[in-house]
Design a protein around this ligand. Structure first.
Ligand code: GDP
Length: 195
């Protein structure tokens, strides 16, 4: 994976980098482990800021890979059920606009906690990916926190369940802490970005 560098944090589509080349966007509920997954995949200790950083929730953050026209994108996620309706609405508009318009978007990576998969946020993303015809790859993260056979069972259940409804969805186990699944996820990114 080429070195990643911060490009821009955009709250509006007018601030997005030029829509050319290829990019892969990461989504997940806050605190699910998205920043940790990005950092593990991009071999950077502190590239992605954690979602506790104030003001970050409403921004789409773009990172450039190497010298080329490839990017990795950190999509805003909201956390728990009690998000004010106005925030959800703004989040929805920004995200939906991005997914709808972005020509260079090659695929989505959805991060879920292996112990608590398929929350409302995750279902919404899956529906959007399906609607916009975008391939989506699920990282079931914090696999180190689950019992091995339980993590396996969740993986197999979701693979079967999602495959029947969303043919362009793939699923794997992941742990940013232990490095589990890092190579498998990088392969997917490489495939989508032509690296
Ligand atoms: P984000 O809000 O989705 O970006 O989540 P973070 O990456 O900031 O992670 C949230 C919390 O989960 C932090 O305390 C991380 O240390 C922890 N965490 C993230 N990934 C893993 C993992 O794979 N295993 C374990 N055990 N903890 C993790």
């Amino acid at each position: 994976m080429p070195t990643a560098q911060f490009l821009v944090a955009a709250a509006h589509s007018r601030d997005f980098p030029t829509d050319q080349g290829g990019e892969v966007a990461f989504a997940g509920r806050s605190n699910v482990g998205k920043s940790s997954a990005l950092n593990a995949l991009l071999q950077r200790k502190k590239l992605a800021r954690t979602s506790s950083t104030p003001g970050r929730t409403q921004q789409i953050i773009f990172y450039g890979l190497g010298e080329g026209e490839q990017r990795v994108v950190d999509l805003p996620g909201y956390g728990y059920a009690k998000v004010p309706a106005a925030v959800k609405e703004q989040w929805g508009r920004l995200l939906e606009g991005y997914l709808h318009d972005r020509e260079s978007l090659a695929g989505l990576v959805l991060i879920m906690d292996v112990r608590r998969p398929m929350r409302d946020f995750d279902r919404q993303l899956l529906e959007w990916a399906d609607y916009f015809d975008l391939p989506l790859h699920v990282l079931l993260t914090k696999a180190d926190k689950a019992k091995k056979n339980e993590a396996r069972r969740t993986l197999e259940f979701l693979r079967a369940d999602l495959a029947s409804r969303f043919p362009e969805v793939s699923v794997q186990l992941f742990s940013a802490l232990k490095g589990t699944g890092v190579e498998e996820a990088r392969e997917k990114l490489g495939e989508w970005l032509g690296l």
